[in-house]
Every structure is written in C-alpha cells, then in structure tokens.
Design a protein around this ligand. Structure first.
Ligand code: SAJ
Length: 423
C-alpha cells in the first residue's frame, strides 16, 4: 500500500518508519522544511532509541521518502499536534488537524483510508472531520474510510510499543473500522480493538485523565503529609501493599504533551460534568509553586543564593521539555532572584557537569528522575556551600554521607509546611 503520513513528530515519524519496514511505500510529510531536509540527509531529528537504525534500514530498501506536501496515496495518516486553546477550559485546538485534512482533500480518491492518530476532543471525527470529507463530495464508509486510531506509546520505547501495544481502531462506520483494521494488522502485533470513532477519542483521553487524576491524589497526599508532619512516601509505599490499591508517585508536577493536555479536552467538552478532572488538573499544576515554596523555606538561611537544578525534562531519560514542571520551577526561582545552575545532559544549553552546577550552591533540587541521578557521587557535591538535596521524584538512592537528603516524605522536618500546604 502507498501511505502518506502527515506530521513527522515522535508518533508520525515512528509510525511512518514502521509501516515502511513492513514493505509499504511511505511518504513522510511535514510542513517544517528543516525536518524534511534533515530526514532527506538520512538523519533522524528525534532522540528515540532504535529509531535511527530503523530509519537507515527503510531508506536502504527505498521504501521511504520525505516531502513538504502530500500526494495521492492509498492511505493517509495524520499525526499532528493538538495543543490546548487559550480559552476558559483550555479546549482542544484542532487547527493543525483541520489544516492537515484540508491538505489531503485535493489528493483523496475513492477507496482511500484517512486516519487521524492525533489526540482529539470527543466527537471530533463525527462533528468536524466527517463533514469536511462529505463536503468534498465523498460518502464516508463507501468512498473514503475514516477512523481515529489513537496511539498509546511511551516516549523512549516507541518502536516496541507501536508494534506490541493493543490498539483501538475507531471507525466512523463499521466498514471504516474493518478497512483500517486490515491496514494496522500489517504492523501491529497487539490486539486491534474495534470501536466507534467517538468511543476511541474518549477512551484515549480518559487513559491519560485516569493517570492525571491518580497523580493528583498522590500530590495532594504529599501536601497533607507535609501539613500533618507524616511521611507521605511511606504512607504510599505501605498503602500499595494492599492488593487493590495503587497510589501513584507524587512529583514536582505533571508534564509532557499528554497528561498535562488531554484532560482539558474532556473538561472543555463538558465543563459542568467534570469537576474531578478539573480539580486534578488544578492540584497538579499547583505543584511547581509548592516546590518553590519549599525551596524558599530551605534557602532562607542558606549561605549562598545558588541552587543546582538536576533535570529539566518532564520525565526521566528523555530529551523532551514540553510542559515540563522543572522548566516552570526554574523560571519561578529565577524570578525570585536565585542563581539557578541548570544541569540536564539530555537538553542542550545549561551547565555541562553536575560538579560545576553544585559548586558554591546551597541546595540541589532534583526535578527529573534521570538514571544518572540515582547515585550522586561524593565528588559531585564536595564543593557545595551547603550540602543538601531535595529529591522531588523520590529517585536518588545514594549520596555522600555529608549531604542532607530530603524528599517529599521528610522535607517537613526541615521546613514549616503548615503555610505551604495551603498552596
Ligand atoms: N508522573 C507523576 N507520577 C506518576 C507518573 C507520572 O508525577 O506516578 C508524571 C511524570 O513525571 C510526567 C507526567 O506525569 O511529568 C507524565 O508522564 P507519563 O509517563 O505518565 O506519561 P507520558 O505523557 O509520557 O505518556 C502518556 C502515557 N499514558 C499513560 O500511561 C496512560 C502513554 O501511554 C501515552 O501514549 C501518552 O501519554 C500519550 O501520547 O497520550
């Protein structure tokens, strides 16, 4: 089959490469000419294990080409961003999806498949995309087969998960589901679950909302523990011994382009029916302020104003800083006049060694659980003005003996958290 994928980000590009690997002729399309030029030279523009090797393989057999414009194909797969709009409930901004569908329409032919992988607000396929296709003169389910196939992969493990995770195929009609299922069966080894397009949209959104709400519960527990002077991390560990309890991990906030974005799409669609989802978002977005308030308490009598921040990405061992709470915390601390030394080996710029970031600082703030922070060697902290570390990810396992280790379970011993807990 000839497949055009629109949007060559983490999902679109990885999907395109995997289809090409299974022998499909793939054209990868992106409006960004730098991405297209880079890929034309054979170099992948994303940090994702295994992707460069896979790309080299598909280029070698001539199954892959890149372009800034779509062309006629048997199937079109759209994987473009869907950010939040800047409105009251941060609803889903469909402008890139709509632009991508418009760019495909002149090339559509009878029998084509049109698939949206981008995360979209509930009812988008039925209420927005289907009318566009019908206005172009096609009958959906007869001439053109339309489906929403949300991806569910974890950055860092995309190549494996795209193939092995179960996949929801949400057709606008049953015929659409069947046609699109046949295409995905050529690459996906996990189960292919038939659904309506609207069910697929809401299911994808609720998967991430489930996580966001549960993380909010853990973050609320941290504030409660801080206020009541109880070790919240120990409470979580013990509660999780119960066979039917799975409290999530608290942290400095929830980042990334999914959990921090998707729940708003549901809330905006039904604002009067989604108080829990909205409260969870509010709790998670309050965490950077909570961490900054703790930091200010810890820095009150510190000998220097320098703070070493370890980790800028929204989660460990990736290079992605989108919606990262760490970035927000850094800006807030800088605005308060602290000298923030940023260390993250996955992100360009910043300080190049942990030692240098720590020299003369009065606190290390661990904001991301990169593997390299599990053991912080003595040499790293030797030149600190005051050797202390606040681990907001509960991920550091060893430090030098003279370093005061604090996490969300014990930081209340070193701060007066009764006022902080009200943030
Ligand atoms: N986090 C916590 N506590 C936890 C788990 C995560 O604070 O217990 C934080 C992380 O540090 C990070 C954020 O939440 O800041 C999101 O991290 P994540 O690993 O949970 O999620 P993403 O955004 O990288 O990927 C999610 C995944 N969804 C689910 O696990 C339900 C992934 O499967 C989806 O494909 C992806 O969203 C997506 O594209 O929707």
């Amino acid at each position: 089959m000839k497949i055009t994928t629109i949007g060559l980000g983490y999902i679109g590009f990885s999907t395109a490469v995997l289809f090409a690997k299974q022998g499909h002729e793939v054209v990868g399309v992106d409006v960004n000419k730098h991405i297209v030029e880079r890929l034309s030279r054979g170099t992948v523009h994303l940090e994702e294990p295994g992707l460069q090797e896979l790309y080299r393989e598909v280029l070698a057999v001539g199954e892959f080409s890149v372009s800034q414009k779509p062309c006629t194909s048997d199937a079109f797969i759209i994987a473009v961003p869907t950010p939040n709009k800047d409105d009251t409930y941060k609803s889903c901004d469909l402008s890139y999806v709509v632009a991508a569908v418009k760019s495909v329409i002149p090339h559509l032919e009878k029998g084509n498949l049109l698939i949206i992988e981008s995360t979209i607000a509930p009812r988008t396929m039925e209420d927005v995309v289907q009318p566009m296709i019908q206005a172009a003169g096609f009958t959906v389910g007869v001439d053109v087969y339309l489906a929403h196939c949300p991806e569910r992969v974890l950055p860092g493990n995309i190549a494996y998960e795209l193939v092995h995770n179960p996949r929801i195929i949400g057709g606008v009609t049953p015929a659409c589901t069947e046609k699109v299922k046949r295409l995905y069966a050529t690459v996906v080894q996990g189960a292919l679950i038939s659904a309506t397009a609207s069910e697929a949209e809401l299911s994808k959104l609720m998967e991430n909302t489930f996580r966001d709400v549960n993380i909010a519960l853990a973050n609320e527990l941290v504030k409660i523990g801080g206020d009541l002077q109880i070790d919240a991390l120990k409470v979580i560990e013990m509660a999780n011994n119960h066979p039917r309890v799975n409290l999530h991990a608290p942290g400095p906030g929830v980042g990334g382009h999914c959990l921090a974005v998707d729940p708003y799409f549901v809330a905006a669609a039904v604002p009067n029916l989604s108080p829990l989802i909205q409260t969870a978002r509010a709790i998670n977005t309050s965490m950077p302020d909570y961490v900054v308030a703790l930091t200010e308490k810890l820095m009150r009598d510190a000998p220097t104003k320098k703070i070493a921040v370890f980790g800028l990405t929204y989660k460990g061992n990736i290079d992605d800083t989108r919606e990262s709470p760490a970035m927000e915390i850094v800006s807030l601390l800088e605005a308060q006049g602290y000298d923030v030394a940023k260390y993250d080996s996955h992100v360009a710029g910043g300080i190049s060694t942990m030692e240098e970031a720590c020299a003369g600082s009065s606190l290390i703030l661990v904001l991301t659980d990169h593997a390299e922070f599990i053991d912080i060697a003595k040499g790293v902290t030797a030149k600190m003005a005051l050797p202390r570390l606040l681990d907001t990810k509960n991920s550091v396992k060893t430090t030098a003996a003279d370093v005061l280790y604090m996490d969300f379970g014990n930081v209340h011993l070193y701060t007066q958290t009764r006022e902080i807990a009200s943030i």
